[in-house]
Design a protein around this ligand. Structure first.
Ligand SMILES: Cc1ncc(COP(=O)(O)O)c(C=O)c1O
Length: 382
């Protein structure tokens, strides 16, 4: 150790390998890892060491990805700097120029934009299909079709299709199946157990659960995740250690949050269904969710106003439920798909999907159900 003031300032307190048994995982807030010597570097490249550089891997990223992989009953996982980063890694781990994707027409607007606007530039083709109005994928399969993409509970109309049978058919056609399980979470259903090859999360939502992180996780087989990890590293979309730590911290309460939020949502849906100001409530039925591992229908409720012209008044009248174009925090919030998440849709697509001006997307939180219903009621009455 150098004896001079300047050297001691930099080095003396630094004892990263001192053995301590922290009860919670420390944040490995480091961009790079130190090596004892060149032999250790060689060992890393021979696959024996774990960490080199945080863009390539970091213990906080590993904790998050491994936990989600375990909860989703998948072999391996990788985290990314956002849900979109994880979706891109998943798509590019399978697709190349000339390949064709079949995707449900009810997917998150950002996923649609990624496929339609960005990946199309690399010669990846997309067909959007309405799974509610068809019985087979066969008519849309091309020799180049590689991947089938769907969401467990769709955003924002909360449709739940018969995933087990669609996945089974896609596998018969030799397709890789990728499921966005953001709205359901592994608490409700684990698509890997139904045959999905890749399962992706915007961990920004229920996995994190507190509206304070932007993160994504992708899980699947060792082979696919190995390739996806390379894509995360090469495209530079890895998750920062702090965000990974915060997401893992939020994840610990996923089960209790989901239980409460789903129960609250079920009561909100019943309340809205009876209200005269409501035209339609979008909330998954118990029949549609029969394949879920738990008898719950998610914590999101969408609804359309009977009088679409009152939509501005409705949002203005909310006193404590915040308008926020995201979802899944412990606090109840509302969003407006047409002006936020589904901006990328054309008017034609909006009419075709039912994502219209009068549609409200409600993310139900953990508050007292009486207060949530009371707040909605006063805004609808106004
Ligand atoms: C279903 C779904 N998938 C993916 C995403 C994208 O996630 P992120 O915003 O973390 O990139 C979102 C964002 O709202 C979403 O709702």
């Amino acid at each position: 150790m150098g004896e001079r003031f300047e050297t001691k300032t930099v080095h003396i307190g630094h004892q990263p390998l001192r053995h301590v048994t922290a009860k919670s995982t420390p944040i490995y807030q480091t961009s790079v890892f130190a090596f004892e010597g060149l032999e250790e570097v060689e060992q890393f490249y021979a696959g024996e060491g774990e960490y080199l550089y945080t863009r390539n891997g970091n213990p906080n990223q590993t904790e998050l990805a491994d936990t989600i992989a375990a909860l989703e009953q998948a072999e391996a996982g990788v985290s990314a700097s956002s849900g979109m980063g994880a979706i891109m890694a998943g798509l590019l781990s399978v697709l190349g120029p000339g390949d064709h994707v079949l995707a449900s027409h009810e997917i998150y607007g950002g996923t649609y934009a990624l496929l339609y606007k960005e990946l199309s530039r690399f010669g990846i083709e997309l067909t959007s299909i309405n799974l509610n109005e068809m019985t087979t994928l066969a008519n849309h399969i091309r020799p180049t079709t590689k991947l089938f993409f769907l969401e467990t509970i769709t955003n924002p109309l909360l449709t739940v299709v018969d995933m087990p049978s669609w996945v089974a058919e896609a596998k018969q056609h030799g397709l890789t199946v990728m499921v966005d399980n953001t709205f359901a979470t592994p608490y409700l259903v684990q698509p890997s157990t139904l045959g999905a090859d890749l399962v992706v999360h915007s961990a920004t939502k229920y996995i994190g659960g507190h509206s304070d992180v932007t993160a994504g996780v992708l899980v699947g087989s060792h082979e696919l995740i190995q390739r996806a990890r390379e894509i995360v590293v090469n495209y530079g979309t890895s998750l920062s250690p702090f965000e990974a730590w915060l997401t893992s911290r939020g994840l610990k309460t996923l089960a209790v949050r989901m239980e409460r939020q789903c129960d609250n949502a079920s009561q909100v849906a019943s309340f809205l269904a009876k209200h005269a100001a409501i035209k339609h409530v979008y909330y998954p039925s118990s029949e549609a969710t029969a394949f879920f591992a738990r008898k719950k229908q998610g914590a999101m409720v969408s609804f359309s106003l009977a009088d679409e012209s009152k939509i501005y008044d409705f949002y203005r009248s909310l006193e404590w439920i915040k308008f926020a174009p995201s979802l899944a925090g412990v606090e109840t919030s509302v969003s407006h798909p047409v002006t936020t998440s589904h901006r990328a849709f054309t008017e034609e697509q909006r009419q075709a999907t039912g994502i219209t001006m009068g549609l409200v997307r409600l993310s139900v939180g953990i508050e007292a159900i009486e207060d949530i219903v009371g707040e909605l009621n006063q805004a609808l009455e106004k």
